[in-house]
Design a protein around this ligand. Structure first.
Ligand SMILES: [Cu+2]
Length: 349
């Protein structure tokens, strides 16, 4: 995967420097902080804004709208009863009525061996969706149907599970239960009409502890029907990798040691598959930053220093009100959506 397309011209740089630890920590007290250093410099004009949009390293998948085809599901329960059961916290956040698809978005996704450089120095053989780790950010809007044809070019069978997305059972990707594993050389088309807007992710459910760790994971963003006008909508997938000295992935998965100690912990931390991911920002801009953790065992504690992002969604569900980030952690499989207002002043943070 190539380096993020970062232009230094007249832009501030918000950099996330990932830490490389000597040994995989084994206890919660050793959870690593994700430290973010932000350096803002110079003066920035509106003319520069277009170049700053969507500057994350991940490629966006081009999708082709076509004709609608899917009907909404009937509500299974009385909405009032559910509201009462859930209380105020989730009112309006968990619609029972399925969306009616007005547009179909189609994506071709290829799972295959690839080579990447996580640290810019060593090469690492991975399994990847469309050749990148993480895989491409898939974006679909609420009210649209997503059709993903997975082309399995791996040496092993696989599936895709849509983590957190309420889908038909047959689309849930559980091998031997909801579908047969997709054999090497075979294809399978997943169809889903998301009922909830938010940040989700996708990964195999065949030998997940190995296939996810080899690089098969990506974020699925379900955009709101009318997305809020953020300056940038950015995905950061934060992962840890257990690498040998030469950069190869430790091929011992699901060891007794890992099972007895909080899972498999890696010593190389990446954001969007790189240890040097940077995010350029414009002073005074407002960013929706979607954090996702595909790690096997590591819990992250996001630390934004003097910045004060607010949590607006957890695991694909809006919070009733924006919450301070302090106290939130990002455990395996989880997502946090942050509303980050970049200070209007320039300087170093
Ligand atoms: Cu999952």
């Amino acid at each position: 995967m190539s380096k993020p397309n970062v232009s230094k011209e007249a832009f501030g740089v918000m950099a996330c420097r990932s830490e490389v630890l000597e040994e995989p920590p084994m206890t919660a007290s050793q959870w690593v902080d994700l430290r973010m250093a932000m350096i803002l410099m110079g003066l920035f004009g509106l003319a520069a804004l277009p170049a700053c949009g969507r500057s994350e390293a991940l490629p966006e998948v081009a999708v082709e709208p076509s004709a609608p085809s899917v009907q909404a599901e009937e509500p299974a329960l009385e909405e009032d009863a559910l509201r009462a059961a859930l209380g105020d916290e989730f009112v309006g956040a968990y619609p029972l009525v399925g969306e009616t698809a007005t547009t179909v978005r189609t994506v071709q996704l290829r799972a295959a061996p690839a080579t990447t450089s996580l640290d810019g120095v060593r090469n690492t053989a991975v399994w990847a969706y469309d050749g990148t780790v993480p895989g491409p950010v898939l974006r679909v809007r609420l009210g649209e149907e997503l059709r993903v044809t997975l082309d399995n070019r791996l040496p092993v069978a696989t599936t895709i599970h849509w983590h957190g997305v309420r889908v038909h059972n047959a689309m849930d990707g559980v091998p031997g239960i909801t579908q047969e594993p997709i054999s090497p050389g075979a294809q399978f088309e997943y169809r889903l009409v998301p009922k909830d807007a938010g940040t989700f992710w996708y990964h195999p459910h065949v030998d997940g502890a190995e296939q996810v760790e080899r690089g098969l994971h990506g974020v699925l963003v379900v955009e709101d029907r009318h997305p809020l006008p953020y300056s940038q909508d950015v995905v950061w997938m934060i992962d840890d990798w257990r690498l040998a000295e030469d950069g190869t992935i430790d091929p011992n998965f699901v060891t007794r040691h890992d099972l007895a100690h909080d899972g498999r912990w890696g010593q190389t931390i990446t954001v969007n598959g790189r240890t040097d991911t940077e995010l350029r920002v414009v002073p005074g801009s407002r960013i929706r930053l979607r954090l996702a953790n595909p790690s096997n065992g590591r819990v992250y504690t996001p630390d934004f220093g003097p910045l004060e992002p607010r949590v607006v969604a957890v695991d694909g569900m809006f919070t009733a009100r924006p919450l301070p980030l302090r106290g939130f952690e990002l455990p395996p499989g989880a997502r946090l959506d942050l509303d980050l207002v970049v200070p209007a002043s320039t300087g170093s943070f």
